[in-house]
Design a protein. Sequence first.
Length: 300
Amino acid sequence: MSNPALDIRIGTLVKGDQDDPAGYIRQILPYGFESFQLTFWRTLGEVDLARLADEIRTVIGEEDVVISALGIYGNPLENDPLDDETRRGWELLIDHAPLFGTDVVAGFAGRLRDRPIDASMPRFKEIFEPLAHRAAEHGVRLAFENCAMDGAWQRGDWNIAHDPLAWQMMFDTVPMDNLGLEWEPCHQMLNLIDPMPQLRQWASRIFHVHGKCCTIHWDVVRKHGIHSPKPFAFHRTPGFGDCNWTDIVSDLRAGGFKGSIDIEGWHDPVYREALEMTGQVRSLHYLKDCRGGDFVQNPV
């Protein structure tokens, strides 16, 4: 019997460049995660992707668990040595994605450093048009994370894909259906944006979701604004922040999303260090409840 609840899986992120990603998955698999995204920071390093895929398949075995996405987070539009490695990482992840059983490769879209977002569009086309065609040949979709990385429209580093106006420009510049978003509400809320209208508008272009929430201290905003040294917003693990994830999952379903919400840990200011996995597992159960709880078959 199929389980339509699993059209949206709840999982977590796993650092693909740690010593033993498969061993890490083996340890946390019993907690009930349904998917894992493997992530890399800027470069793949010395990772043998074919071997890693084999090791993870062995660990997962017959469990109904998937690798939801592969991700590399650097600046593929610039030309420093590490930027070159980021671009090569995109290519290798695209080529190896089928070995992991996933059709999503995600990351930052990159940016021409300290230039306005629109100035990056020709370079975006130069880099991502061939990558999108390469991905299409492998049945892979490319998803851009919506983190601003402290950038704004006029200046910044790392990523142009943090504003809906930029998304439209990107998809117009490279008009291919296998380009989309790796979305999360936290990055919008950090800029005091209501994420829900945005979610409803762009649901059809969301290929992967990061499970990360935000707590906004409105008393600080009212007293000090958003440019003082006093922090006013905090990344949170879902279930501990201000988001209503029942609404988020409902709007994802209504928009036709099928994929994974993978918890992006290691950010929560409270459930961290010794409490990291405590927070993640609580978030796992919370998100499963927001998904509707246990699947119940309709009477015949």
